[in-house]
Design a protein around this ligand. Sequence first.
Ligand SMILES: [Zn+2]
Length: 387
Amino acid sequence: MALRDEVLKAVDAASAELIELAKRIHANPEVAFQEVKASQWLSETLERHGFGVQRGVAELPTAFRAEVNGSAAGPSIAFLAEYDALPEIGHACGHNLICTAALGAGIGLAAVRAKVPGKVLVLGTPAEEGGGGKVLMLQRGAFAGIDAALMFHPASYTLTARPSLASWRLKVKFLGKAAHAAAAPEEGINALDAMVQMFVNIGLLRQQLREDVRVHGIITYGGAAPNIIPDRAEATFSVRAADSPHAKEVLERVINCGRAAATATGATLEADAKKGYDAIKPNRRLADAFAGHLETLGWPVDAPPERNRMGSTDMGDVSQQMPAIHPYLTIGRDIVGHTVEFRAAALTEQGFAAMLTAAKAMALTGLDVLTKPAFLEEVRADFAPAR
Ligand SMILES: [Zn+2]
């Protein structure tokens, strides 16, 4: 039997188990860094299929690194599993399908390990929805030695090389002076006024911002009572752009909106910026190979949209450090992530079909990486073009 057919047969053989696991994880949503059950169930399944699993890697209790060796030394391919849910709304981003697809790809490719060189890994990467498990794992060496990293994300469309936005998180605090709002307002410094002014400044700044830029925020504290001039106001913002350097530039301008508001009102500004996620740099060669495999599996790829609608993901950080792809397969048309409709779609036959097809296409792309040195050279050249 051809290697390709053996890989596909192994994914099919595991499909009932993968669907059952996707259902169980969907029914037991766990938020960032608390994915105790999911990481345990995924690790156990990988062990049953011959993987050696290291739990709690990178000092993260719910992260894991599973691997099997091929017939000889060679490249290492990693399939990435996300399994965190959203607070309150549960698996409304379909990560129950992401992790089971990664397992399916790993199990499928591991089935031919006696005949191919290299190493097959499945990495359990917690806290994509907040906390950035992959960023911490990168910093702490859990991605060491990996030649290419692949994952899939459910969506309303099928696209193989869609980028994402680089992001910054900004916490803002204005400090003023409390006073009786009726009896002695002139004694006060109104921190909430400063905050409102900052939002107004950002609103005006917005018309000079690039089309890919996003600035959005909420006020998390705005005072204690209407008859007290607020001496404190707090907000959290997200600042995003298509590339990291530009996101940083916009961040600085947003903080300036706060500085101006502080000057105008006499309040004091405290701004605390933290880097969010990097933008995804899709590896063209890997994306093309993945798309080709999808086509042979009878899963059509959509035409690229005229306008990209994007969020941010910690897969962006991975893709800046090694060849990587973060393709999307449709689990239902006209649905949007982080909604109850999307959560329902992550538990349908269409959802499971996307998961299994993604598993197969990832396994076959992994097979290309392990068995075709010329292909791997092209992948590397696309990641770091010769100057
Ligand atoms: Zn997601």
